[in-house]
Design a protein around this ligand. Structure first.
Ligand code: ADP
Ligand code: MG
Length: 443
């Protein structure tokens, strides 16, 4: 136990905590935390800012301590401390001509990226762009659903270019927007412009965030043109094809199609298995093939979920002090998560959402398109996707014959809106509690 590093202990704790709190809660408060160290009986958790430290201290301390005790067998107190390495990069404002190594995740490299049928084109194109910046595909536009490796590939490109002494700037579109707004407020637009237009390579993550933000789009448009004219490489990611990004200026839409567009689809079984094998190796845990296969069959939506399930199984095996067998994995993923495969049905979800939105289930399955009904229907699609193994087509069927593309669009839309709307986050989390509390037929 003592031989484990604080980070290893914390990763096991995070695996267990994922089961205790709602997904949005986990994402907001726990996702960016790290295990910093053990000081006597104090376990120091690094958090990105003072706000998160205060929240965790007030609201989740006892649950976290219980988890730490269960994992280490020691009576530990949790101490939440702002992780200065994190906060320094977050607070950094305008520092023209400085490389941004700090913002590239060292783990996101080409060598740690597992190639499979569904991400092959994106992977090959990213590698090509990294090795021949400005000369092959400009811009490179990668799109796909959440947790499928877009950010990972963008960082991987950045690492290679930096190793070749290029000046690389990586930023999410959200960050670009925030910096742009700050620059206007503080009358530092010149610095902002210099910062973004003086680099050899610009990597912009989640560009769909710009949709509808006219001034920022305008600024990005000029940045894009200036860099592109100078043959500087631009790589962009998005949750959807440029044609389908809502409220994006046409001139940007068309520019995004100048180079190469590559999509990433959810991984097939073989790729999921290969990823699990690689991740288990990275974590130095021995886990048998049948268990990995079990997890690969279980977690199907995206790679983040896949890794979460692996962490969960490892943490659970640790908690019950057993080797991770298929039975243990099944218990970890079924019992603890409160998620039993095959028992949550679309009907159950439709009913819970209808109640929450004060609509009838018939309205949800109808063609009614007023805002409230449309939103509720999208929440249904998102939740069925989250809570069951139903395919996009099957979900479409359950809602009166919607096509898979509509379902996929709805899932992505809600997944992204949850991040910006605490109201929706709470509403969905309540519906989920309801679904999990419901006695299920057939049990
Ligand atoms: P996205 O930006 O598409 O939402 P990320 O790039 O953040 O997804 O990926 C989510 C997690 O899954 C990260 O930890 C990433 O390293 C991992 N991941 C995604 N795709 C792969 C892959 N093909 N091989 C290995 N790890 C992957
Ligand atoms: Mg991403």
């Amino acid at each position: 136990m003592e031989a484990r590093s604080a980070q290893e202990i914390w990763e096991a704790a995070l695996g267990a905590l994922q089961l205790e709190v709602s997904k949005p809660n986990y994402k907001t408060w726990l996702n960016k935390t790290v295990g910093l160290g053990l000081r006597g009986s104090q376990f120091v958790v690094g958090v990105p800012n003072a706000f998160a430290a205060e929240y965790l201290d007030k609201n989740q301390r006892s649950m976290i301590e219980k988890t730490l005790i269960a994992i280490t067998g020691r009576n530990l107190n949790a101490l939440f401390q702002v992780n200065s390495r994190n906060s320094a990069t977050e607070d950094e404002t305008f520092t023209p001509r400085q490389t941004t190594t700090s913002r590239l995740n060292p783990k996101y490299t080409f060598s740690s990226f597992i190639e499979g049928r569904t991400n092959r084109l994106a992977y090959a194109a990213a590698l090509e762009v990294a090795q021949n910046p400005g000369r092959s595909h400009n811009p490179l536009f990668i799109y796909g659903g959440v947790g499928l490796g877009k950010t990972h590939l963008l960082h991987a490109i950045g690492h290679v270019a930096q190793a070749n002494h290029l000046q690389v700037l990586y930023a999410s579109a959200e960050r670009f927007t925030n910096e742009f707004i700050t620059a206007i407020r503080e009358r530092k637009t010149e610095e902002f412009r210099t910062k973004y237009r003086s680099v050899d390579m610009l990597l912009i993550d989640d560009i769909h965030f710009l949709g509808g933000k006219e001034q920022t789009e305008e600024s990005f448009f000029y940045t894009f043109d200036e860099l592109h004219n100078a043959n500087r490489q631009i790589a962009i990611t998005s949750n959807r094809h440029p044609k389908s990004i809502p409220q994006l200026q046409d001139r940007l839409r068309s520019r995004f199609q100048w180079g190469l567009i590559a999509d990433i689809k959810p991984p097939d079984f073989e790729t999921r298995l290969a990823i699990l094998q690689a991740k288990a190796k990275q974590k130095s845990v021995t886990i048998s093939l049948d268990v990995l296969e079990f997890i690969a069959r279980w977690a199907q939506q995206n790679i983040r979920e896949l890794e979460g399930s692996l962490n969960r199984v490892i943490a659970y095996a640790n908690l019950v002090r057993a080797l991770p067998t298929v039975e243990i994995a099944a218990q970890a993923l079924e019992d603890i998560a409160g998620k039993q495969p095959g028992t949550t049905t679309p009907e159950l979800v439709i009913e819970a959402v209808a109640n929450s939105f004060q609509l009838t289930t018939i309205e949800l399955k109808s063609q009614k398109r007023d805002r409230q009904t449309a939103l509720a229907r999208q929440v249904v699609m998102y939740l069925i996707r989250q809570e069951t193994d139903y395919s996009l087509a099957q979900i479409g069927q359950a809602l009166g014959g919607k096509i898979p593309a509509t379902v996929s669009h709805a899932c992505e839309k809600i997944a992204s809106e949850i991040n910006s709307s605490p109201y929706l986050q709470r509403k969905i989390s309540r519906i989920q509690q309801k679904i999990h509390a419901e006695p299920k037929s057939g049990c």
